[in-house]
Design a protein around this ligand. Structure first.
Ligand code: GLN
Length: 482
């Protein structure tokens, strides 16, 4: 019950003394213990440490310490480091690895008083769209446990959807915050590339990786975003840019120009997804937004371009897991065999597939044909967005082609899995921010998400528009019965 509240409500209740952080944290741990066997959203639960921090938070409050997240439990995707807690990235190759440092995004939330209650499940090294690629077993969707929660940040999305925590961090390299947000019926923000420090985020595709947040609504997500964002000297790609106040509570949508890209309403999309997305766009229009059709002509190339660039970068980033540094080692007679056996036995199939694709695409004879070509087309995709944002403030489209699928549905078909991200990948290639929020349910009572995409560093516009929609509607309030 305590943890059924939104972040904003919890903040108010703690200040008023309606409950203490120790009570809240204990209640959170109890419901995780109760629910996690059904969902498998958490890989690690911080238990004693979280309670100890809650006790300190209550004492600090007693001494009038004023921090926005003081004593509030949150969950962290297990690709972000928290000093002293295991970090597995959903992989056997990092089993037992305990990082000695904390990711900047997490550290900033901790400095604002947040308590890390645990680490959430992920596709191995964030490669996937269902959290089925985790070496530690899949996560189940709280709306229907036979279905996937989306991925790769499926654990964080499921934990927020199941009301275990008011907010959680995820990462989005090609859709991994927005797609699970859509599948789980929560609000998920993918930030502008460079907006949130990647220090302490285990690298997958370094030119695409972003840290994002899940919450019950745009206001809660804004709270997390504004605390974790901003320049960090520890990440050379983090931007020196101010964070405009979304002013979510007093925002008006009047005059906001929203473009509807025709390339995002393609054949094969589940009819209810299109229907609810269009209805939500109408709703935004009724609230004062100006709607017009726009074109992003290179959209169809986003998928092939992403699946060259992301594996290429991954193959380089994953070279460090060699059995010498980090986690486990498979002993052998020669150095070569140590590498070979450790990587062969500890990496899962999807990771191996990406390393092979990436190594191939980067090899001397094929570099120009694949990687070089992909980078050129990436520029065209980025220009599509630049052109569109001369005419409109935001873009509106579905987040995913369908609602959550049944576990195992794409088991032998990696391409079908890759297609889950057709609507989310372009934003990563261009580095622009996006948000997904629930706009309805299909006939199986599964949530449908819609996506807004904005210009670089305009998270405030995304949060504002989402907040206005959520102030006028209530499907983000529905809670799954687990
Ligand atoms: N599903 C995409 C992939 O498998 C994106 C993953 C992500 O955003 N981390 O690469």
């Amino acid at each position: 019950m305590l943890q059924g509240h939104s972040l904003t409500e919890i903040q108010a209740a703690l200040i008023k003394g309606e409950f203490t952080s120790v009570e809240l944290t204990q209640a959170t741990l109890d419901s995780i213990e109760d629910t996690n066997p059904k969902l498998h959203a958490f890989l690690y639960i911080a238990g004693e440490r979280a309670l100890e921090e809650a006790k300190q938070a209550d004492e600090a409050r007693h001494h009038n310490v004023d921090q926005p997240l003081l004593g509030i439990p949150i969950a962290i995707k297990d690709v972000l480091t928290v000093a002293g807690m295991p970090c597995t990235c959903g992989s056997r190759i990092l089993e037992g690895f305990i990082p000695p440092y904390t990711a900047t995004a997490v550290r900033r939330l901790q400095e604002a008083g947040a308590i890390v209650i645990g680490k959430t499940n992920t596709d191995e090294f964030a490669m996937g769209s269902s959290t089925e690629n985790s070496a530690y077993g899949r996560t189940n969707n709280p709306w229907d446990v036979r279905r996937v929660p989306g991925g790769s940040s499926g654990g964080s999305a499921a934990a927020v959807a199941a009301r275990l925590v008011p907010a959680a961090l995820g990462t989005d390299t090609g859709g991994s915050v927005r797609q699970p947000a859509a599948f789980c019926g929560v609000t998920g923000l993918k930030t502008t590339y460079g907006r949130v420090s990647r220090y302490g985020l285990v690298a997958f595709g370094s030119s695409l990786d972003t840290v994002g947040a899940f919450g019950r609504n745009a206001r809660d997500v804004e709270t997390i975003f504004s605390i974790m964002a901003g320049h960090d000297p520890l990440d050379a790609t983090s931007a020196q840019r101010d964070i405009p106040d979304a002013g979510a509570t007093r925002a008006v949508v009047k005059g906001l120009r929203i473009g509807v890209p025709k390339e995002y309403f393609i054949k094969g999309i589940q009819p209810e997804v299109e229907e609810k997305t269009r209805a939500a766009i109408d709703q935004l229009q009724a609230l004062g937004a100006e709607i017009r059709e726009v074109s992003l002509p290179h959209t169809e190339y986003a998928l092939p371009v992403y699946y060259i660039i992301a594996p290429a970068e991954a193959s380089a980033n994953l070279a460090r897991y060699d059995g010498i540094r980090y986690g486990p080692r498979v002993e052998a007679n020669s150095l070569h065999d140590v590498y070979f056996k450790t990587r062969g036995q500890k990496f899962g199939a999807e990771v191996e597939r990406r390393v092979m694709i990436g190594t191939y695409a980067l090899s001397a004879g094929y570099y120009d044909a694949y990687y070089g070509q992909a980078q050129k087309v990436r520029t065209l995709i980025t220009r599509d967005f630049e052109t569109a944002f001369k005419e409109v403030d935001l873009l509106a489209c579905p987040t995913t082609p369908s609602t959550a699928f049944v576990a195992g549905a794409h088991e032998n078909d990696p391409l079908a899995m890759y297609l889950e991200d057709v609507f989310t990948l372009p934003a990563n290639l261009a580095g622009v921010p996006g948000i997904s929020f629930p706009v309805g349910f299909d006939r199986d009572n599964l949530p449908i998400g819609m996506q807004l995409i904005g210009p670089h560093f305009r998270e405030d516009l995304l949060l504002k528009a989402t907040h206005i929609y959520q102030s006028a509607t209530d499907c983000h309030m529905r809670v799954p019965q687990i």
